[in-house]
Design a protein around this ligand. Structure first.
Ligand code: NZQ
Ligand code: ZN
Length: 385
């Protein structure tokens, strides 16, 4: 096991009606709030009205940055930075999912930086100061509610890039599973795929003696798979929604990755897809992850057998190593299919025309196996049909 330091400052307020605690969480900051949200789901569900009433009733002044789209764009970040400066904002409240939260984080990082906020994503600057952020989570998926990371797409050149800094972890995350009942099942499924991927990016490691975090990963993956099926049967199953929501946070708050090297190639390869084709991140991952597995399993067959046996319940004889590995991957694909997600590029209308270009852009990623552009191209080809 590798050495590590673990600290996660995000206070989680979890459960029914937990959004009612919002005003008391904001009051100590005693500042004008920037309310950030997406395309309208919070207005349809009534959450927007509820939050606005709470802010008004408690004398908390606020401005709004709305219309954040999935795979959020840099233009909105610039708009938010201008708003924060002109309206003297002291706290950013993100109400939504990863796209909204990541925009809030980028705005938070940019407000007190004199240069272009994109510098952070290009490794040209390190964060020195930022505004505090709070979250009301409406979709369990990206784990951004307590992660230090953010992912933004620059329109020019369609560059989807990430940045990470511990100071960008939200101060609090309000998580009421009931707020997720209104999600279309496809969005729920995309979220489930993303959280599974966050676990697998950590699970497939070359670090030895990581029993505790292996078991945490395996338990989480099993719980996600079984509760996903329950949510599919009954979208209003509170307990299943709660399990999925909590799993999404645990998948990406860094706890399960401590002491082990992590990979992140599948994410880098997927980010090129969602930048160029604007597909949902989770749907891109259900296509890329199995293809990545088929390309890299020879790096550590034992680990892939362990995944097949402990997570996917494959019980072939010990001598059938290759068959066990392939059956594990095939059961993962069947799970994605069972929750309505694609497992091939052709299923989302993507052909081979831009694979080479994307492979070059994602060049040099991954740690379980270091991948160059030619590896990445092979992975896209494996994902094609
Ligand atoms: O915009 P609205 O109208 O709110 O609709 C959203 C959006 O269309 C909808 N939605 C959210 N909550 C809802 C709802 N619809 C009905 N009822 C609700 N309760 O869901 C759609 C997707 O929202 P989005 O925020 O894009 O989803 P997600 O949380 O999956 O975030 C995806 C983004 O996060 C990035 C991804 O790359 C992608 O850009 N990631 C961020 C990470 C991080 N910060 O740590 C890590 C991840 O690996 C990921 O890369
Ligand atoms: Zn992800």
């Amino acid at each position: 096991m590798n050495d590590f330091v673990f600290q996660n400052k995000t206070k989680i307020i979890f459960g029914k009606d937990s959004e009612e605690r919002l005003a008391s969480l904001l009051t100590p900051y005693n500042s004008r709030v920037l309310l950030v949200y997406g395309g309208g789901s919070i207005k349809e569900s009534g959450l927007y009205d509820k939050i606005v009433s709470m802010l008004n009733d408690n004398g908390i002044k606020f401005s709004e940055l709305s219309g954040i789209i999935p795979n959020p764009r840099l233009r909105k970040v610039y708009e938010g930075i201008e708003l924060c400066r002109s309206e003297n904002i002291g706290f950013i409240l993100a109400v939504g999912g990863g796209s909204v939260i990541d925009t809030a984080k980028a705005v938070s990082a940019g407000v007190r930086y004199d240069g272009d906020v994109w510098d952070f994503f290009e490794g040209k600057a390190e964060l020195q100061a930022c505004l505090p952020i709070g979250v009301v989570l409406t979709i369990p998926a990206a784990g951004s509610e307590s992660s230090p990371s953010l992912v933004i797409t620059k329109e020019e050149g369609l560059l989807k890039r990430d940045y990470s800094h511990n100071e960008l972890r939200p101060q609090f995350a309000i998580m009421n599973p009931e707020l997720t009942y209104s999600l279309p099942f496809y969005q729920t499924a995309c979220g489930i795929s993303d959280m599974l991927a966050h676990i697998m990016e950590r699970y497939f490691t070359k670090t030895e003696h990581v029993d505790v975090s292996d078991r945490l990963c395996e338990g989480l993956m099993r719980a996600i798979i079984s509760n996903a099926k329950l949510v599919k049967q009954n979208p209003d199953d509170y307990n299943a929604r709660a399990e999925i929501m909590w799993a999404g946070t645990l998948a990406h708050n860094d706890l399960i990755g401590m002491g082990r090297e992590t990979d992140w190639a599948s994410h880098a390869i997927e980010h090129e897809l969602s930048a160029v084709y604007d597909i949902a991140h989770g749907a891109g991952l259900s296509i890329i992850f199995p293809a990545w597995m088929k390309h890299v399993y020879r790096e550590d067959e034992e680990r892939f057998v362990q995944f097949a046996q402990r997570v996917m319940d494959v019980e072939f004889p010990n001598s059938m190593v290759y068959e066990t590995i392939m059956e594990g991957i095939s059961r993962l694909e069947n799970f994605y299919t069972c929750i309505g997600l694609p497992t091939r590029l052709s299923a989302v209308g993507i052909d081979s025309s831009r694979l080479e270009e994307m492979a070059k852009k994602a060049n040099s990623c991954g740690r379980f196996k270091r991948l160059d552009a030619s590896d990445i191209y092979k992975i896209y080809r494996l994902a094609l049909e």
